[in-house]
Design a protein around this ligand. Structure first.
Ligand code: HEC
Ligand code: HEC
Length: 386
């Protein structure tokens, strides 16, 4: 796994995307109320990835970085924001490769995206050419629980999605107690690519059914992620992005709506459609888990992992489409503690193609009134006084 911290020269948030072809239909399904900025207007030197919103474009960059295990700075001159858009042979090569992959899929697979950058590169700049005997005869790497696919015939005697949800709701304190919590405010620390290796204060606000705001107090100013149920905004504090507040679209918007709704987990069943179970047995950090998969409104898979013993949700992985391929984003939940009779995670780590961040709460209060302005479009923030 590449170093997640090294590559985050630019990045804003969990990033998402949508194939250039499906942009129009997907946007219709998960559309923000506010008109999103387009990459062609905001950036200076776009020649291939045209017609994408800024968040879709950034998601596509995340896909490339992940497929080749490269930092943004390995293709971009990050010495200044002016130099960032300049070309170099590697960037030109990446452009040619985008055109090549598109032509390849059209010529061989009726335009279906069967081959992506990852098919050849597998996390390397230079794809391997000759098969390796060491690989052929060696011990295969351990199974990645995120990679397990639903088999043709589901594994028998696995719990149904309903059974897993019922156990989860029970483990959290029961439907009645969950329904009595309609808002919460949390405080703690945040650690991520934008904080170096240090921790900074963070505030989390949530209001049922679907509003959620996270404010990270970076030294360069507050970084705010707000989802009001309809829009999802992120501020660009601490990044090169030339727009201070970005409204997200498509899968990124959908993911934020999911996160916000999961703050009030009694809604879990309604959040997605086509729930499926019957995955082979797997474990996370040595603990057995049950896997259930749902499908989002824009038809992307979302996997939930429940601890077999406690019944609690320990991981959520959702996939979002970019112009070049699907990218995963994973949240791992732990340290469940009781607040007003309901168990809530006090620790979670988000891992995505461009970085990893951890929030650790020290305090969480339920049913405190929250000013509606906390869930409104954030204002670009000024640097914090030291
Ligand atoms: C393998 C090379 C490669 C990597 C790695 C890469 N990019 Fe890019 N980037 C490109 C190419 C190629 C373009 C131009 C795309 C086009 O012309 O359609 C581009 C364009 C951009 C632009 C538009 C700049 C402008 O003003 O024209 C931004 C912003 C950007 N990339 C951000 C990133 C970020 C953030 C990362 C790390 C997550 C990243 N890129 C990683 C190849 C790369
Ligand atoms: C069919 C296989 C294949 C696919 C698919 C593919 N590549 Fe490549 N790519 C190669 C090979 C082979 C090389 C090495 C070529 C060389 O060294 O002359 C390469 C080289 C590159 C390089 C130059 C790396 C360096 O060392 O500087 C970049 C950047 C790159 N590819 C980006 C991409 C991107 C982005 C995609 C997806 C849009 C992609 N490639 C898809 C086969 C592939």
């Amino acid at each position: 796994m590449p170093s997640a911290t090294g590559r985050n020269v630019f990045v804003t948030a969990q990033i998402v995307l949508i194939s250039v072809l499906s942009v129009m239909s997907a946007r219709a399904q998960a559309a923000p109320a506010e008109k999103p900025p387009m990459a062609d207007d905001v950036f200076k030197n776009i020649q291939v990835l045209r017609g994408l919103t800024v968040d879709q474009f950034m998601g596509t960059m995340g896909f490339i970085a992940a497929a080749l295990s490269m930092n943004c700075s390995e293709c971009h001159d990050t010495s200044s924001s002016a130099a960032f858009a300049s070309d170099n042979p590697r960037k030109q090569m990446a452009r040619r490769m985008m055109v090549m992959v598109d032509a390849f899929n059209k010529a061989n697979f009726g335009g279906k995206r069967e081959v992506t950058c990852y098919s050849c590169h597998r996390g390397d700049a230079r794809p391997k050419v000759t098969p390796s005997l060491a690989e052929q005869y060696g011990t295969p790497p351990p199974d990645d629980p995120d990679e397990i696919e639903l088999p043709e015939t589901p594994v028998p005697n696995t719990p149904t999605a309903d059974q897993l949800f019922d156990k989860y709701i029970q483990a959290l304190g029961g439907a009645q107690r969950l329904a009595s919590v309609t808002s919460f405010v949390g405080r703690g620390t945040y650690e991520g690519f934008d904080t170096g290796s240090g921790k900074v204060p963070v505030d989390v606000y949530a209001k049922a059914p679907n509003q959620r705001t996270t404010i990270v107090h970076l030294t360069s100013g507050d970084n705010i992620r707000t989802s009001d149920g309809r829009n999802f905004w992120t501020t660009s504090t601490g990044t090169f992005l030339p727009i201070p507040v970005l409204v997200m679209t498509g899968g990124e918007l959908e993911g934020a709506q999911l996160d916000a709704a999961l703050s009030f987990p009694q809604q879990i069943k309604q959040m997605l459609k086509d729930w499926r179970t019957g995955f082979p047995a797997t474990s996370i950090d040595g603990n057995d888990v049950e896997v259930v998969q749902g499908t989002s409104a824009t038809n992307n898979p979302v996997k939930l992992y429940f601890d077999k013993k406690s019944g609690l949700l320990v991981r959520l992985v959702r996939y979002t489409n970019t112009a070049l391929g699907l990218i995963p984003a994973q949240t791992d939940y732990s340290d469940y503690r009781e607040v007003s009779g309901v168990k809530m995670p006090f620790h979670w780590t988000v891992t995505w193609t461009d970085g990893r961040s951890t929030i650790e709460l020290s305090e969480l209060r339920a049913n405190t009134p929250i000013d509606a302005a906390k869930f409104a479009r954030p204002a670009p923030s000024a640097p914090r006084n030291p």
